[in-house]
Design a protein around this ligand. Structure first.
Ligand code: NAP
Length: 404
């Protein structure tokens, strides 16, 4: 019998008990190493901050190789049901099965649970070696649409009957000529899908006192998909009333105080502006493929994706996850950096409103890195560093919980 209680939702708000049941997927490859370390740090932070008044009832659910060995399925229905029932969960990286009809377990999970917003906060931790002069100016949160766009995988290979049939339809019915034997893909983008993503990004900006939301698109070329994303985004901005203003409608010299300013920027320009003037960016809302590229590019600016956390969120369910893969060559060696999963845990704690514990973990992690006590990846290029194992890194973070 599982102890703890279920998180409920009322009027769109989470009602979190003092001992919520939170499902976790340990993950494949390095998953068990980074999960053990992350769980230990989260439990220690919650215990230290709330003195036993609050704790987490972790519930293991299976996916990936562990699930396949135990049940013959890569993503058992019971796992999806547990995430739906308990509403908030966390996962390590999963092996992508080769063949067998599943493109990616992560994509399947997002689709099954309709986790439509991929949220990736990116900030700099002093002491991390970065390729840019001022990585500390990066502090952005990317909201990437997760369910639509050319990324949704609706495509047919060159020379197939389906591709030929679609080409015939394009030529015969729509009068569009496409080169013979082309592979073809479809880029669906709906007002529903785009608007709910932008709405979530703006609401996040309001809740977290962020200055602005940039709609990143390629609407100069793809007018009816990406251009429409921008237009629908501005329509959503109007739903929020006076608290949200469009940059182009701001009077010269008008105060931005207490308001979220919405603007749009073309994707290629965004890549260069983010490198040149990262401080101009705050929250970003963008379609699926742009968001995929942007998330990793910005993460690289602050020292790589080994540190980048992520969350996949719907209106009902949120699953937080490490953004890197299973790094199989390091599996079981107690060697890799658990920060991506741990910071995903920080996002999860904030999501359930345990903000103090989340802040404690984040600042203890920052101090550990600043002190040069780091895993092998962060020790590269840092002669002052003392290299520690995954579990040693967790110990060092726990030692610093609650410190200055
Ligand atoms: P990967 O597992 O992310 O590993 C690539 C390299 O990134 C590693 O060799 C290592 O670099 C570095 N790295 C990754 N995680 C690290 C950590 N926690 N600490 C320190 N360094 C870390 O990418 P991959 O090798 O392309 O993919 C392996 C498997 O993971 C595939 O089955 C793939 O499909 C899956 N995958 C899963 C997810 C997910 O579940 N979210 C995401 C991506 C890929 P060095 O060797 O330089 O140290």
């Amino acid at each position: 019998m599982q102890d703890g209680a279920r998180i409920e939702v009322r009027d769109g708000r989470l009602l979190v008990p003092d001992r919520p049941i939170l499902p976790f997927i340990e993950g494949d490859g390095i998953g068990p190493d980074i999960w053990r370390a992350s769980r230990r740090v989260m439990d220690a932070a919650v215990a230290a901050r709330y003195g036993g008044r609050r704790s987490i009832a972790w519930l293991e659910v299976l996916a990936g190789e562990k699930a396949f060995h135990a049940t013959g399925e890569w993503l058992p229905a019971a796992t999806l049901q547990a995430l739906k029932t308990y509403r908030v969960g966390i996962k390590g990286p999963l092996t992508t099965p080769v063949g067998g009809g599943i493109r990616s377990l992560n994509v399947a999970l997002r689709r099954e649970l309709d986790l439509y917003a991929c949220v990736r906060p990116v900030r700099y931790f002093p002491g991390v070696v970065s390729p840019v002069a001022h990585p500390e100016r990066v502090d952005v949160v990317i909201f990437r649409e997760n369910t639509e766009d050319i990324y949704a995988g609706i495509e047919w290979a060159s020379g197939t009957a389906e591709a030929r049939a679609l080409r015939e339809f394009l030529r015969g019915t729509l009068g569009v000529d496409v080169r013979e034997d082309s592979a073809l893909g479809i880029k669906p983008m709906s007002p529903f899908g785009s608007k709910r993503l932008v709405r979530k990004a703006i609401q996040y900006a309001l809740d977290h006192h962020r200055r602005g939301v940039t709609l990143v698109h390629k609407g100069n070329i793809m007018k009816y998909t990406e251009g429409a994303f921008r237009d629908w985004g501005y329509e959503v901005a109007r739903e929020f009333g006076e608290r949200v203003v469009r940059e182009s409608e701001l009077e010269p010299g008008a105060s931005r105080e207490g308001k979220v300013v919405v603007r749009d920027l073309i994707a290629d320009n965004t890549f260069q502006q983010l490198l040149l003037r990262p401080a101009d960016f705050d929250v970003i809302a963008t379609p699926n493929l742009n968001g995929d590229y942007l998330s990793d590019a910005v993460a690289a600016q602050v020292g790589g994706i080994g540190l980048a956390p992520g969350g996949n969120i719907s209106d009902e369910v949120a699953v937080f996850e490490a953004t890197h893969g299973t790094a199989p060559k390091y599996a079981g060696l107690d060697r890799v950096n658990p920060s991506s999963l741990l910071l995903s845990g920080v996002m999860m704690l904030r999501h359930i409103g345990w903000v103090e514990a989340a802040d404690d973990v984040e600042s203890a992690l920052a101090r550990t890195i600043r002190d040069g006590v780091v895993t092998y990846d962060l020790a590269r290029g840092r002669p002052d560093a003392r290299e520690v194992s995954t579990s040693g890194f967790a110990d060092a973070i726990i030692e610093r919980l609650g410190g200055e």
